[in-house]
Design a binder for this molecule. Structure first.
Ligand code: FAD
Ligand code: UDP
Length: 378
């Protein structure tokens, strides 16, 4: 008899498994339908011995000391600040758009103060900011929007930015200085020996049993457990009773090249050319030394594993219905797919830690198994 069945061995499921096992001394069965732990953050050594991320580049960054300290129990870190260039108009310029981007693109010598004025003359008054188009044209105007965001977003989501919530392109800021880091969070580091090693350490506990290659529907009826935590797609859990929630998927194309370095920085975005959105060279992220190099191309697609919830009003409306069911259910729903949120890894860790606190509080009020005892004693 397990105290908890946890479906999904990504960040959400693994963080909760470890907390429940080591703090609450609960017996946990953690299952995943894939052949490995780590969820979308899984990494492994490819045929040439280069560490790659199977589900696309994963760069860890957070402003939360709690999240960083928590993960630090399971890994040492390698300090890494990710940089991205956009390949457009025959040049490669920094993203997020900054002073260098504008001066290079338009062959100018603006100062930061002048750049503010430059943006102000181009910015459009869009009124209330609702969409991913509004965010960008309000900040930098239509020309830069067309160059950097319109085509990339169309490829990534198969939607025009005007059809997506503002939160999507708002992930990428605009800068008046020369700061060319993709993220500016307080903590920016990669797990020193990779994500998978970190997950292995997290799950190495006598109270945790891991079962891979197992869909939860195969074992639900044959394994005894008290409570369930679900981190897969919420619409699947409820048999799509309100219809399918749209998710965006990606085909990853990996290549190993017989040269030490392929491109100028960790990621190069291709907003307007090619069917792929970006190319990432893993050795920048991992710091690995190797005479060859491995890269991944990302080709967005509608079919395939669900990777990205699609933030737009009609999808929020479908999710709202599922959330009502989830709130009434005995199961806990945690993570990017189960709560239909475009969350980064650190946000999922934070969500899992707060779910753990909620479970602790509820268990104090009503200990697990108390229903059974009550039935027996009547
Ligand atoms: P997942 O990692 O998806 O784990 C859910 C698990 O549940 C999966 O392993 C799945 O197999 C399993 N599962 C689903 N259904 C079932 C079932 N029926 N039975 C059994 N098991 C099931 N975040 C960052 O912070 N930085 C980045 O640079 C970054 N880059 C990203 C790049 C890409 C291409 C993608 C797709 C995501 C990226 N993310 C990044 C986001 C990050 O992947 C997620 O925030 C995080 O992995 C979500 O963890 P999770 O546990 O919620 O979900
Ligand atoms: N985006 C864009 N051009 C870029 C980078 C990002 O249009 O050069 C938009 C695009 O819609 C993308 C979103 O901003 O999906 C968020 O970008 P981010 O790099 O955060 O995406 P992720 O790493 O989550 O795929």
């Amino acid at each position: 008899m397990f105290d908890y069945l946890i479906v999904g061995a990504g960040f959400a499921g693994s963080i909760l498994a470890e907390r429940l096992a080591s703090v609450e001394n609960k017996k946990v069965l953690l299952i995943d339908k894939r052949s490995h732990i780590g969820g979308n953050a899984y990494d492994h050594y490819d045929n040439e011995g280069i560490l790659v991320h199977k589900y696309g580049p994963h760069i860890f960054h957070t402003n939360s000391k709690e999240v960083f300290d928590h993960l630090s129990r399971f890994t040492e870190w390698r300090h890494y600040q990710h940089k991205v260039l956009a390949d457009l108009d025959g040049q490669q310029v920094p993203v997020p758009i900054n002073l260098t981007t504008i001066n290079t693109l338009y062959n100018m010598q603006l100062s930061s103060a002048e750049l503010e004025g430059f943006f102000a003359t181009r910015a459009e008054d869009v009124g209330l900011v609702r969409t991913s188009e509004d965010v960008v044209v309000k900040a930098v105007g239509r020309d830069l929007y067309n160059k950097f965001f319109k085509g990339y977003t169309q490829k990534q989501w198969d939607l025009d930015p005007s059809e997506l919530d503002a939160s999507v392109t708002a992930r990428v800021p605009t800068r008046l200085n020369k700061d060319d880091r993709y993220f500016t969070d307080t903590y920016q580091s990669m797990p020193l020996n990779g994500y998978t090693r970190m997950f292995e350490k997290m799950l190495d506990h006598p109270n945790i049993k891991v079962m891979l290659n197992t869909d939860y529907s195969e074992i639900m009826e044959i394994i005894a457990f008290n409570k369930m935590i679900f981190t897969g797609p919420v619409d699947e859990y409820f048999d799509y009773c309100y219809g399918k929630l749209p998710y965006r998927s990606i085909n990853f194309k990996f290549e190993t090249l017989d040269k030490e370095q392929f491109q100028r920085t960790g990621t190069i975005n291709y907003p307007n050319d090619y069917a792929f959105t970006r190319i990432t060279e893993f050795k920048y992220l991992t710091g690995q030394k190797h005479h060859k190099t491995s890269v991944v191309y990302e080709f967005p697609t509608a079919e395939g594993d669900p990777y990205y919830p699609i933030p737009r009003p009609q999808n929020a409306e479908i999710y709202r219905k599922y959330k009502l069911l989830a709130d009434q259910s005995d199961t806990y729903f945690v993570g990017r797919l189960a709560t239909y949120k475009y969350y980064n890894m650190d946000q999922v860790v934070a969500q899992a830690l707060s779910t753990f606190k909620k479970i602790q509080a509820e268990t104090v009020e009503r200990p697990i198994g108390s229903d059974v005892v009550a039935m027996v004693s009547h």
